[in-house]
Design a protein around this ligand. Structure first.
Ligand code: ADP
Ligand code: UDP
Length: 237
């Protein structure tokens, strides 16, 4: 697979064309950002850890019938993916209260949320990713009604698969963000699933094992990501 030109450089990954017009290469960098890109630091090994972590999760999800863009891992930091027409919304499911939900509604951090909530956010750093609803998505043409339903159904199905996976490894999947795109008209899971885009707590101590370690300056960010991987049986070294 021949790597072509860089098409886009985001906060944590770069997207490259390939010699196949239907395939892209995602290059995972060590850049780590928080607060809509206001704070950016390099964390050694982060690109590699997230690329390998994401490959493991995407393969698990595909086996359970979730359509994903993931084709194969090419190296420590690069993966081959199907080219998607990305939908500019973020899909967030929450099993425990944390982050913006607590700030927005005055909910106490850590309470169990049953049934889990589902939220859409507009992917727009300049606007700080505002929360949006189905009506906004349809009226402003960000996605069609049938695609909204497909994103909700798939995001919730991912929850039932991953909640169990993490729990069996003594971790709580607190919340997570997914991004979808269209491939031949089909809603397909894109982007990444890694500790950068979800919250994971140790089941007994509730120690934070995700990007909140970076956001809140708790230290040992990548060491803790590796511990999450170790518990799931992923070799990240
Ligand atoms: P951001 O754009 O939020 O700063 P990243 O640094 O992770 O995020 O950049 C990766 C970009 O690639 C994101 O904008 C994401 O929506 C996009 N992307 C992810 N998977 C695909 C795909 N399969 N096809 C096209 N674009 C993708
Ligand atoms: N999230 C993300 N990218 C974003 C916004 C949120 O990956 O641009 C993830 C975040 O890591 C968490 C979940 O989505 O796992 C919910 O985030 P929240 O709305 O609580 O926002 P935050 O408190 O991170 O600002």
């Amino acid at each position: 697979m021949q790597m072509g030109e860089e098409l886009y450089s985001g906060k944590a990954k770069s997207v490259f064309s390939t010699d196949d017009p239907e395939l892209y290469i995602l290059h995972f960098r060590d850049d780590t950002s928080a607060f809509d890109g206001e704070r950016v630091e390099q964390l050694s090994d982060k690109g590699k850890v997230n690329n390998i972590f994401n490959a493991f999760i995407m393969e698990k999800l595909a086996k359970k019938g979730i359509p994903t863009h993931f084709v194969k891992r090419l190296s420590d930091t690069d993966s081959l993916v199907k080219k998607l027409d990305m939908i500019p919304v973020e899909c967030v499911v929450r099993n425990y209260a944390a982050g913006s939900l607590c700030r927005r509604y005055g909910i106490e951090e850590g309470i169990s949320i049953d049934p889990p909530t589902f939220e859409f956010f507009l992917k727009n750093d300049a606007l700080h990713d505002p929360i949006i609803n189905d009506s906004h998505i349809i009226s402003f043409g960000w996605a069609k009604a049938e695609h909204i339903e497909a994103m909700k159904t798939l995001t919730i199905k991912v929850n039932s698969i991953l909640k169990k996976l993490f729990l069996e490894a003594d971790m709580l999947l607190v919340d997570y963000k997914l991004e979808f795109g269209l491939s031949n008209g089909e809603i397909t899971l894109g982007d990444e699933f890694s500790p950068d885009g979800c919250r994971i707590w140790d089941k007994s101590t509730r120690n934070k094992m995700d990007k909140d370690r970076f956001r809140q300056n708790l230290g040992n960010v990548i060491e803790t990501y590796k511990e999450v991987g170790r518990r799931l049986g992923i070799d990240l070294d």
